[in-house]
Design a binder for this molecule. Structure first.
Ligand SMILES: [Zn+2]
Length: 344
């Protein structure tokens, strides 16, 4: 069994005092080495995305806009806090290209599973808009790569970054060949403010967008219960040929940007469950793609735990333990979700 990783830390895409800065994963490889993981993984070199790969998911206007801002030295790309430096266009292209290369390895059988450790993150980038620190949508490009280069008909994109994957939802909202499932915190004034349970896709994509909007402080049990009891049967009915996982470690209780209450153990168990699902449903073909996560130790341990799970090991590092506060019960939310009449 071969587990691959592609590492594109985008060191020159960074901004002082910004949470999404290059220090997030700049020191990741020595940390993985210390946890005795690197020797068991196969490293892939990231290559820049082609114009065609970018155009499958974004408008020409958006791509050219990002390029133009970078070519004149960088700056803010939106009204929020999505920045670019002079190098960001090239580095965001590398993140997309690296993620697509990982898909190639898995779909050709050269690798079993893997993890794209890329920056900038992608899941907030919409068809025609950058947003939420995201320039180009890495995971969406990966789904299209599998479909258009490898003949895959059905791809699952499961997102459990603490923020709703509005960009990925936007790109696949009318599409019945990509099932998009987002498990995220949903609360007043919490970014990006969409991802409610009634957003289910439209036209032929109706029923192929599934949102699980959690209350604050949901914690390990709620996440695992929602995944096993609600999401899993929907994924099984969809019968994916490849599973892509947008994983952000900002749902951890120590993360400075949110308050969803997952622990490292909870993350590890989520990863193990998803990998088991991939084993049962699609020959083990699963690729994790890094999104957010702003507490650097949590990020490093969380990534290491995903690698352990990909390698088939049960061990989970959790030096921080569970959230100190009590967890919120999600039974009522799951009942509400199950009682909706979805077409699939
Ligand atoms: Zn996030």
């Amino acid at each position: 069994m071969t587990t691959i990783f592609v590492y594109a830390p985008a060191l020159a895409h960074t901004k002082l005092h910004h949470p999404e800065n290059s220090a997030r994963i700049a020191h990741l490889l020595p940390q993985l080495e210390q946890l005795n993981l690197l020797m068991d993984l196969k490293a892939l070199r990231a290559v820049p995305a082609t114009w065609k790969q970018l155009r499958r998911i974004h408008t020409e206007g958006l791509i050219k806009y990002v390029e133009a801002v970078c070519r004149r030295g960088g700056g803010l790309l939106d009204q929020g806090d999505t920045y670019a430096t002079a190098d960001s266009f090239d580095l965001a292209s590398l993140a997309v290209g690296g993620t697509c290369t990982a898909v190639d390895e898995i779909m050709t059988g050269r690798a079993h599973n893997g993890f794209a450790l890329v920056r900038p993150p992608g899941h907030h980038a919409e068809t025609d808009n950058v947003s939420g620190f995201c320039l180009f949508n890495n995971v969406a490009a990966a789904a299209r790569q599998a479909q258009l280069e490898h003949g895959v008909e059905r791809v699952l994109v499961l997102d459990f970054d603490v923020h709703h994957g509005n960009g990925t939802q936007d790109i696949f909202f009318e599409d019945d060949t990509v099932l998009f499932v987002s498990m995220h915190l949903f609360a007043p004034y919490f970014y990006p403010g969409i991802g409610g349970l009634h957003e289910i896709g439209t036209r032929q994509g109706r029923g192929f967008t599934v949102n699980v909007p959690f209350p604050p402080g949901v914690g390990d049990d709620g996440y695992l219960k929602a995944l096993k009891e609600y999401v899993r049967p929907i994924v099984a009915r969809f019968d994916p040929e490849l599973m892509l996982v947008s994983v952000g470690f900002d749902a951890h209780w120590r993360d400075p940007l949110a308050m969803a209450g997952l622990s490292l153990k909870g993350y590890g168990l989520m990863a193990q469950t998803l990998i088991k699902m991939a084993g049962e449903m699609c020959n083990g073909r699963i690729l994790f793609v890094l999104e957010g996560g702003y507490q650097h130790d949590v990020l490093a341990y969380g990534i290491a735990n995903v690698f352990n799970a990909l390698l088939g090991r049960d061990s989970i590092h959790d030096p921080f333990g569970p959230m100190p506060e009590p967890e919120q019960d999600v039974s009522e939310l799951l009942e509400q979700l199950k009682n909706r009449n979805l077409p699939n």
